[in-house]
Design a protein around this ligand. Structure first.
Ligand code: FES
Length: 103
């Protein structure tokens, strides 16, 4: 069973944007979709460590600002033809608050 760490609110994250939170796991980018879903990935592109939090959110994907690789927000997987994966973190939304799984 997960232990949940509060890391902010949904309102802290711009719709179709992101916010970086410093955690014990390092910097994590929280992304908010147009449908108010929230996903969490390490703020480091698997290509050359670009800041994914500064990328463009579209659908359930983000495009890295450095060389335009596209990543799936749900899994962190890079969309073909590029290959790679950003670390994803499990989160939950409850009453407008965002929680990060500690384990
Ligand atoms: S660093 Fe993200 S695409 Fe190159």
């Amino acid at each position: 069973m997960n232990d949940w760490l509060p890391i902010g609110t949904l309102d802290d994250i711009p719709r179709l944007g992101s916010r970086v939170v410093e955690t014990v796991f390092g910097d994590i980018a929280l992304f908010r979709t147009a449908a108010d879903e929230v996903f969490a990935l390490r703020d480091r592109c698997p290509h050359k460590a670009g800041p994914l939090s500064q990328g463009i959110v579209h659908g359930k994907r983000v495009t890295c600002p450095l060389h335009n690789w596209v990543l799936e927000l749900e899994s962190g997987a890079v969309v073909a033809p590029d290959v790679g994966c950003a670390q994803r973190f499990e989160i939950k939304l409850e009453d407008g608050r965002v929680y990060l799984a500690r384990s």
